[in-house]
Design a protein around this ligand. Structure first.
Ligand code: SAM
Length: 259
């Protein structure tokens, strides 16, 4: 059985970043804005950061490039993405991957944090969670963030329930940016990337474990895509000062402050 080397993992992560960018042309700009906010708001040069739904660690490593004294605890439940992150970036100082399902209560306790976190971050991940799980995730998160700590969530979040005309325009702006950016052709999509993974013998065992977990997950797609769903859940979890820091169409960076 071929092993998952650092080179193989990094080439899959490069392809991951390219296919993710195909869905959000402002992905790097949003990462940059998010890291800007962490740098400005974490309150120390060595913040403790939790990354929810980290995938192979794309955001975590960008954070550590800017803030090399930070510790990033990167949480995901996908065994393939976690393995790619560990093999590709595992030796990176300050980076810890945690194999946890955010839908299972008690995930914050299982993180074993040495102190309350300064910041929690997430990109393109929390819309996956059904609303009842999202509300529990935010409630637990509030318990491990220090007073004044930040939550920063980059995702496509829609406003159809409150301002439907704006919602349509936001999607139109996003789609136009996507067309301009990829006028010469789009990168491979999510399905093609996963088909490639399935064909790589170095990832065969992990792919089987992923299939097992996915079958048990009963996942239905974009369940919490509404901005108001997140804002209400954050407010009910005790967060204050909830607002958008950066935006390109419906792709936005939502920030909430723990009082
Ligand atoms: C589109 S990917 C984004 C990954 C990464 N944050 C990025 O920006 O490249 C969504 C991630 O959320 C993770 N995820 C979805 N549901 C989850 C759950 N219940 N617990 C932990 N991670 C979850 C997936 O495994 C996947 O890695």
């Amino acid at each position: 059985m071929p092993v998952l080397s650092q080179d193989i993992a990094q080439s899959w992560i490069t392809r991951w970043d390219q296919q993710q960018e195909g869905y959000l042309p402002g992905r790097e700009e949003r990462f940059t804005a998010l890291v800007d906010a962490v740098e400005a708001g974490a309150g120390r040069g060595d913040p403790l950061v939790i990354d929810l739904g980290c995938g192979p660690g794309s955001l975590a490593v960008r954070l550590l490039e800017r803030l090399p004294e930070a510790t990033v605890v990167a949480v995901d439940t996908d065994p393939v993405l976690l393995a790619l992150g560990r093999a590709g970036y595992g030796a990176r100082h300050g980076l810890v991957f945690a194999d946890l399902d955010l839908r299972v209560p008690g995930w914050t306790e299982r993180l074993g944090l040495p102190r309350p976190a300064d910041v929690a971050v997430s990109t393109t991940a929390l819309h996956w969670l059904p609303e009842e799980h999202l509300r529990r995730v935010y409630a637990e998160l509030g318990g491990v963030l220090r007073p004044g700590g930040l939550f920063l969530n980059g995702d496509h979040l829609d406003v159809d329930d409150a301002t439907p005309v704006l919602a349509g325009l936001e999607r139109a702006v996003h789609d136009a940016a996507t067309r301009r950016r990829f006028s010469a052709g789009k990168p491979e999509d999510w399905r093609q990337w996963w088909d490639g993974i399935a064909a790589d013998p170095a990832l065969a065992d992990l792919g089987a474990e992923r299939d097992r977990r996915t079958a048990a997950a009963d996942h239905h797609g974009s369940e919490s895509a509404g901005l108001s769903t997140h804002v209400t859940a954050l407010r009910d979890a005790g967060f204050a000062e909830i607002g958008t820091l950066w935006q390109q169409g419906n792709n936005r960076l939502l920030c909430a402050v723990r009082p």
